[in-house]
Write a protein that binds this ligand. Structure first.
Ligand code: SF4
Ligand code: SF4
Length: 114
């Protein structure tokens, strides 16, 4: 443990420096480069091949009949590990991981990406 005489200069030095934290959620920092957040799905590009659901390691991406001509993926963010495998797998670039990270919600099933 440091003696108080040693700590005082350190404490005084801190008083003149900017805090390293911010008052989230009132202040926000830009996400770090490469951060993987909520995915964006482009139904126009999707051909319904199902590869994204096949490769999803956590069962977050499943193919569903949404009333269109073909099945399409639906993403449950409660199960998602944000690994971006679906984005990498998709042969049509229909899935894109965004940097949207504020995904808090109250009930299971409320964070679905359609
Ligand atoms: S990011 Fe990973 S866990 Fe989430 S839906 Fe895509 S493949 Fe599944
Ligand atoms: S891998 Fe791409 S094209 Fe195939 S179903 Fe998934 S989103 Fe659609």
């Amino acid at each position: 443990m440091k003696k108080s005489g040693v700590m005082v200069p350190t404490l005084l030095g801190r008083l003149t420096k900017k805090p390293v934290t911010v008052l989230y959620p009132y202040e926000k920092l830009d996400p770090a480069p490469g951060l993987r957040g909520k995915m964006k799905f482009d139904a126009e590009k999707c051909i319904g091949c199902g590869l994204c659901a096949k490769d999803c390691p956590s069962g977050a991406c499943v193919m569903k009949d949404m009333g269109g001509e073909k099945e399409r993926p639906v993403f449950d963010l409660d199960r998602c590990s944000f690994c971006a495998q679906c984005e990498e797998t998709c042969p049509k670039d229909a899935i894109e991981m965004t940097q949207e990270y504020e995904l808090a919600h109250f009930k299971p099933g409320e964070a679905i990406v359609l």
